[in-house]
Design a protein around this ligand. Structure first.
Ligand SMILES: Nc1ncnc2c1ncn2[C@@H]1O[C@H](COP(=O)(O)OP(=O)(O)OP(=O)(O)O)[C@@H](O)[C@H]1O
Ligand SMILES: [Mg+2]
Length: 308
């Protein structure tokens, strides 16, 4: 394991079933931290680590992730660092926790959980929704697909970001001549487009079960607009190829080696079985995509049927 981040400050509680917390770390970054004693399952942390690393290897935009060390003193001093169960509450666990880095400074960058359809189609990395669908089928993510959206601060200094004193002159206003030289990406004529970042991989491999209960609609993003450009299996091809050809057993084993063993209770056999099943599933991706296509919900209305 490479260096580990130390949590230095609790900022706030996040919404969601894992009861994560926003924390500042000693690398200066801010992380959404999920704790070993979260109400969902211990393996949620292992799943986040393995799945996020695999998605990154597929070339998809995911957060920077780290193991975050949370010391008992910080938990003792931070009244809000508790897990709530029904009527009771318990302090969050100390030790190694999972951290997903906030893509900027939380006070200056607006991060959205949803975008209206008109802005969604203008997202910079819109095609990643096709890639992450392949990924969610592969890993049998049994939670709905989740993404966050933000504008890179240096590209869109909106009201949320402080005007930093800079020797670099501001870019010229979008006059017609300027627009001709630097055309705005289509679908986002009025503002810089958002970037989508794929998050929440705790329920990949079916959360704590580590099995793969495949179902046709599983893995589809709730806003089917993202699949509008799908014309057939070839639309998923770059990501299919990456999983089928690049995710060898050696690669999967190497990525699994980054998971702190306490996140799966030192159950090496279970981890090995998980890796074997993931490896075997590479060959079933096309069949799983076809079952989504034939689900009756018509998620891919522009799929071109080719008659012989
Ligand atoms: N890397 C990140 N950067 C910014 N915000 C994040 C990041 N990761 C998570 N969040 C925010 O924290 C919230 C909770 O994260 P996440 O969805 O991973 O946890 P969860 O508890 O499993 O949620 P749920 O039960 O609602 O699915 C998200 O809705 C999102 O707004
Ligand atoms: Mg979530």
């Amino acid at each position: 394991m490479a260096r580990m981040n130390l949590a230095v400050e609790h900022v706030r509680r996040m919404r969601g079933g894992a009861q994560s917390h926003l924390m500042r770390c000693d690398d200066g970054g801010y992380y959404i931290v999920k704790f070993q004693n979260n109400p969902q399952h211990l393996r949620i942390l292992a799943n986040e680590m393995l799945a996020t690393r695999l998605a990154a290897r597929m070339g998809l935009r995911v957060p920077h992730i780290e193991v975050v060390e949370v010391r008992p003193e910080l938990i003792a001093y931070s009244a809000d660092l508790v897990v709530q169960f029904g009527l009771g509450r318990k302090p969050c666990a100390a030790g190694k926790q999972f951290g997903s880095q906030f893509p900027g400074h939380p006070a200056r960058m607006a991060v959205h959980d949803f975008l209206p359809d008109e802005e969604l189609t203008g997202v910079r990395n819109f095609a990643d929704f096709l890639g992450i669908f392949v990924f969610d089928k592969w890993t049998c993510n049994t939670n709905g697909r989740q993404a966050i959206f933000y504008r890179d601060p240096d590209e869109a200094p909106g009201p949320a970001s402080e005007p930093a004193p800079s020797p670099i002159p501001a870019p010229p206003a979008r006059t017609d001549a300027y627009a001709a030289l630097y055309p705005a990406p289509s679908g986002a004529a009025t503002a810089e487009p958002y970037t989508a970042m794929m998050i929440d991989h705790g329920f990949c491999f079916n959360a704590g079960e580590w099995d793969f209960p495949d179902a046709p609609l599983r893995g589809l993003y709730a806003r089917h607009r993202v699949y509008r450009n799908v014309q057939g299996m070839e639309s998923f091809e770059p990501w299919l190829g990456r999983v089928e050809k690049q995710m060898t057993e050696a690669v999967l084993g190497e990525e699994a080696g980054h998971i702190p063993p306490e996140w799966y209770g030192d159950d090496w056999n279970a981890l090995e079985r998980l890796i074997e099943r993931l490896y075997a599933r590479r060959t079933r991706l096309r069949e799983l995509i076809i079952s989504a296509r034939n689900s009756g919900r018509d998620p891919f209305p522009n799929w071109k049927v080719r008659h012989a």
